[in-house]
Design a protein around this ligand. Sequence first.
Ligand SMILES: C[S@@+](CC[C@H](N)C(=O)[O-])C[C@H]1O[C@@H](n2cnc3c(N)ncnc32)[C@H](O)[C@@H]1O
Length: 484
Amino acid sequence: MAASYVKDVTVLCSYSQLLKRNIHRQLCIKLKYSTVAELTVENNQTTIDENVKSESFKHRSHPGVLKCKRVVLPVRLQESISVLLEKYPVHQLHGQTQFLVNYLASRKRPIEDDELRKQAIKLENEISTNRSGDIPERPKELKKRKSLIMNKLRRSVYHWQPIIYNEMVAVAYLLGRFAPNYAALYRVFNEIKRREPEFRPEAILDFGSGLGTSVWAAEATWENQVKEYMCVDISKSMHATADSLLRDGDENKERFIKTVFQRHFTPLSPDRKYNMTMSAFSLLDLPTKSDRVNTIRMLWMKTDDFLLIIETGSREGFETVNEARDLILGIQRPSGKDKNVELEDGYVFAPCQHDVSCPRKSSTDVIIPCNCMQDYQPLKELKLKLNTMKERFSYVILRKGQRKNRVDDHWPRVIEPVLQRSSHVICYLCCPNGQLERPTITAAKHGRDLYRCARLSNHGDLLPISHLESSNPPSLTNENNKSN
Ligand SMILES: C[S@@+](CC[C@H](N)C(=O)[O-])C[C@H]1O[C@@H](n2cnc3c(N)ncnc32)[C@H](O)[C@@H]1O
């Protein structure tokens, strides 16, 4: 009785927290969009992009739709997971799994030394102003003041700790994070496949590959096309569990996908290139900004086509992804000795349709994370009542070379759920000119086709509208966009 009461209260509390967070997000969005000056999408001449209309054109599955239906793990993988989990006391691991999942969701980047120093000086100044400067401080008082500063610092600063991925943590990770990570990866790979059907990822380098989630998601997307998966992970246990999954949960069996290579460090040879490099949910595992910068640079140098960065959809995850985007586009250059390293040119393939500063970060002080949602089926071993869960993640797909003038390069991205009202819809868009817009789309003003497509679009899709006359063309030389 008492236990069920506690459970009910916990559920209620988490609902009210969720509600509070959603209300806060809606208020921030309103505030952010109130700064939008001119709406290019809302003007009367905007209609459906005529290039997309064909005989088989359906509004529900218009060419800008990128969201996948509920993502389900392949049957063979589900069976491997079940066989592997039989060896572990899964019911005893639920608590550890929940703890790990919550920790990963709320994890932040480690604080940098100079930021820590700045905060300590600020605290010291605050404390010092309260004492009279005339009386010299005795050693005992000095010691007391130092310990006060240290205590305050400990309480106010985020204490980042590395995760030791041992065997049990690997199993907890499999239980709690494998299915949602797979769903996010599958969604991102599918965007590349749909928008670039000719692309064949012959060799993939995955930094922080963990349980080999990317291997399974890539195999489900480009069946038997990948000739080499280079999985780099520092943890032996993660590699061992990933290997076991490839052998149907039994180490005596043969590997199901034979093109997987596991390494603890990235192959050094500068000549060896991959046509896709990636890091999924791994950058927050690195202890310093310099490690993140070096990893992103290394991944950029190792690819001759795509670089994918995926992180959790929290504000921290979004900022980590944005840090990588800004680094490659040259919007934000790191300081110190890293300052002058030249990187090959590239552009954002997704989710942005432009290469200027993220407008969600730059237009006001409020930062609303730009993220995407994907439905997925959780593992049956978790014994959840829900059969569909949602994974919120932030991502960027960068590509080498110059932006191609393709049809969909002129379509804005839907970056929040479309608000459906009677006879009109309100869309939150990120436009190819690097600006945010919130047009109200109606059949009378924009034509039935665009109205129907907008109504049936999801968060994360592209909206196929006619070529926008940009009021403010994007420019990388713009003062706001480039800060060294
Ligand atoms: C949160 S897991 C992500 C796993 C996987 N990418 C996925 O999507 O499921 C992070 C992984 O990064 C690995 N890792 C952490 N630091 C690393 C480093 N310096 N080099 C290589 N791998 C590292 C960890 O061992 C862990 O497996």
